[in-house]
Structure formats: C-alpha cells, structure tokens
Design a protein around this ligand. Structure first.
Ligand SMILES: [Zn+2]
Length: 399
C-alpha cells in the first residue's frame, strides 16, 4: 500500500532526530488527510451533528471550551476540507487539531494515534486492516467521488440570491397558516413575520415545491446552493420555517427551523457561512444615534421587532464577525445575549471589539432570553426600555 512511501526516509541518518521526527509526523499528517473520511471522524465526536450541504453543524464538544451544552450549534465542520470552526471561541483547524483538542494531546501524539487507527503507522503498528475503526474512518472510493463533487466552487452570491428568492416565493404561494400560528404562539405577530420575510414550507407541498425548483434551476446549481442533495432531493423537509437573511432587500441566505418538538438539530441552512447580521436591513431606515440591540437568534430579534425595538441577530452567541461592526458604528448598540456562559463570554469579547474601534457597547443582562422575557412579563417592554436607559446612560454625552 502506501507504507513504502512513508518509511522511505532515505539518507536522513544525520538529521537531528527531533527534526526527522517532525518531518515524519508531517508526512504522516498528509497521509492521514489523504485517507481519512471526515464525516465518520467528526461524527464520532459529535454524534448529534446536523449534516447540511457538506457541512456538519453541532454544539461544540471541545472539553477545554467548557460550553454550556445548550443554545444554538456553535461548531461548524466543512466536510470537504475537513476543517472545523468553533464560533464561540473563534478557534478552528483541521482534523488533527480537532483530535488534539478532543483528547488534549500534542500534535505528534495526535498524528501517531490517528495514523494507527487508519492503519498507516509504519513499524510497530497494531491492528492493521482488521481494525473496525480503520475501516470506518477510511474514505470509500464512492465517497471520494462525492467529496470531489462537493469540492466544486460554491454558488456565486448572485445565483444563490436567485435560488433563495425563488424558493421563498414558491413556498410563500403555499398555505402559510401553520407556520404563522407557530410564530404567534411565540409572541411574534403576522405583521412582524411578514416584514421579516419569513416563509413557511408546508409538508404536503414538498413535491410541488421540489418540481418548481427543478424547473427553474439546473440540478448542479440546486446542489451547490445546498437546497438539494446529491440525490436531487430537497434538503429542507424537516425544517419548514424559513428565515431569510436580507441585504439591501435581497435574500442572500436562508436558515430554516423545525416547528416540530423533538427534532434535532433544530436548524438547517444553505451552503456557505452566515453572510450578515440577521435583520441587518433594519439599520438602513434608522436615524444615527438610535439604539440598536444585538441579540442571539431569529426569535429574539423578531420579538424585539414586534415591540418596536430595532434589533439585529447573531447566529449563536459568538457569531459576530468584525467586518459587521462598521455599519453599527453610527448607532448606540446594546447587546442582550442569552444569560448562559457562552452569551456572557461573547458579550465581554464584543465589548473589547467595539472598544478597539473607539465604539461603546452597552450591555443588558436579562435573567432569561429576550423572547422568554417578553412572553412572561406583562410590562416587559417598559422594563426593557428602562434597562436600556440605565445601560446607555452617558452614552449620548460621550458621542
Ligand atoms: Zn467551542
């Protein structure tokens, strides 16, 4: 097999043993990357991960991160390239780095153990081909072909925009009642939902919607958008409440939520990363110096919208990208994240991020998330306004 290549260290006899070891580890790393099957590798650590368009989304299991274990998935894994990224801690890397973090070992040991599992370790290897794990982690030929296919360039934002808009329009033509009732039960009225462009995809319309999309776009485009899978089926079937991300009035991305109890994961999305703050278009209509809330998730964003507070949303507490700060600069920004450890850490980090740009970030700490706060307190809007006033006191003078 490939072992010959690995042991052919040729004339390295004089090379310092440490650097030779390093070189060997690097070679082994490349070999690992060539044969590993990322999907089974990552699923071993994240068995509840949600697969969508070549990515796994899951709660981050890295022990040293000490996440609360609740909230939205904070770990995203690109199965094509084998890379992971934890948004809460802004830490990422390849499968070997992931192994290091999960087992709390150094690089050389991670490489050694993985190589062994994959049946790659040269001398002194154990198990060999009889090891179930080795077989489980190795890429089968047909999977390699699928990977190649997934490696194709993602759709241009222009084409993704067309796919999004068409999918939304097609679903919007179906009966929306079920979805809007679901939102109403969570305190989000129909007007707010419509303004946010939320659309429901009823189960009984599955075939019809699928056919209309197939008529409008080439199979390859549908696949590359993440809307369809490799078997030419719509991937949005368990997650029917569609939340568009709109920039300058155009839907550039979609995330969908399940409305059924007990479905995990609760979210499904198109390929590619989250392109903007959720509801970022609200900023266009807003006077400079206005208060804007930075919250976690669609529900909290829309809850505030429903009560006439301007809010933009993050996907996961740690989801803020530095390039999104500029458009917030002319507002008084108040962060109100979930009262869990991830939310608190993120709020602190954002405070520093804003300060580094000479901006002030005020912070409101609620005992529960924003939606719960508004659902269970009759005078929530007034309380929230008072908390805002206290949090932003002095901000006006500073500006
Ligand atoms: Zn993490």
């Amino acid at each position: 097999m490939r072992r010959g290549r690995l042991t052919r260290t040729t004339t390295a006899m004089r090379v310092e043993s440490s650097s030779a070891e390093r070189e060997r580890a690097l070679k082994l790393r490349d070999e690992i990357k060539r044969v590993i099957e990322y999907r089974s590798f990552y699923l071993r650590y994240c068995p509840n991960a949600h697969l969508s368009g070549g990515r796994l989304q899951t709660l981050c299991p890295i022990p040293a991160h000490a996440h609360s274990g609740t909230g939205q998935p904070g770990l995203s894994i690109d199965l094509t390239r084998g890379l992971f990224h934890c948004f809460s801690r802004d830490e990422g890397g390849d499968a070997i780095r992931f192994y290091e973090l999960m087992h709390e070992v150094k690089f050389s040991r991670a490489v050694g153990e993985l190589a062994c599992e994959l049946g790659l370790a040269g001398r002194g290897r154990r198990g060999g081909g009889g090891d179930g794990h080795a077989l489980a982690l190795r890429a089968a030929p047909d999977e390699a072909a699928t990977e190649q296919e997934a490696e194709r360039e993602p759709l241009s934002s222009e084409r993704l925009n067309h796919v999004c808009e068409k999918f939304l329009a097609t679903c919007r033509a179906e009966d929306q009642a079920e979805g809007f009732n679901y939102l109403a039960r969570r305190g989000i009225d129909g007007g707010t939902a419509r303004r946010a462009g939320i659309v429901y995809f009823p189960r009984r319309a599955y075939r019809r919607v699928m056919c209309r999309m197939q008529k409008a776009f080439a199979p390859e485009e549908l696949r590359r958008s993440g809307l369809f899978n490799a078997r030419a089926r719509l991937t949005f079937y368990r997650h029917r409440l569609l939340f568009p991300f709109r920039v300058e009035g155009r839907a550039v991305y979609l995330q969908a939520r399940t409305t059924a109890a007990g479905v995990e994961p609760r979210w499904h999305n198109l390929k590619g990363g989250v392109p903007s703050l959720y509801n970022v278009d609200v900023l266009d209509e807003l006077a400079s110096g206005s208060v804007v809330y930075l919250v976690e998730g669609f529900t909290d964003t829309l809850t505030l919208s429903a009560h006439n507070f301007a809010a933009v949303g993050l996907v996961g507490a740690g989801g803020l990208k530095p390039e999104w700060l500029a458009p917030l600069g002319r507002f008084r920004v108040v962060v109100a994240l979930d009262p869990d450890a991830a939310g608190q850490r993120a709020a602190e980090r954002y405070g520093e991020l804003f300060a580094a740009r000479g901006l002030t970030l005020s912070r409101i700490s609620l005992p529960v998330d924003v939606n719960d706060f508004f659902r269970h307190r009759p005078a929530a809007a007034l309380e929230f306004a008072l908390l805002t006033e206290a949090a932003t006191e002095g901000m006006r003078d500073e500006g």
